[in-house]
Design a protein around this ligand. Structure first.
Ligand SMILES: [Cu+2]
Length: 69
């Protein structure tokens, strides 16, 4: 089963930050779609519930240097 979450994320300043966050998230098994927008301060993540979870996704974003609010 897949789930989509919409996270409010601060700290992304440009397209490079979006790409960085996207690549780090896409490296996680089970994450099937990532849309990051620094303008909207949002990241949408679609993932398979059997592979990962919201907490793990938030950790990846935090480790990439951005803040989930
Ligand atoms: Cu940037």
């Amino acid at each position: 089963m897949s789930k989509s979450i919409f996270l409010n994320v601060t700290g992304m300043k440009c397209g490079g930050c979006e790409t960085n966050a996207k690549h780090k998230l896409e490296a996680v098994e089970g994450i099937t779609k990532v849309i990051a927008s620094h303008k909207d301060n949002k990241i949408e993540v679609e993932f398979k519930l059997e592979n990962t979870n919201e907490e793990a996704i938030i950790s990846v974003i935090t480790e990439a240097g951005y803040k989930v609010v």
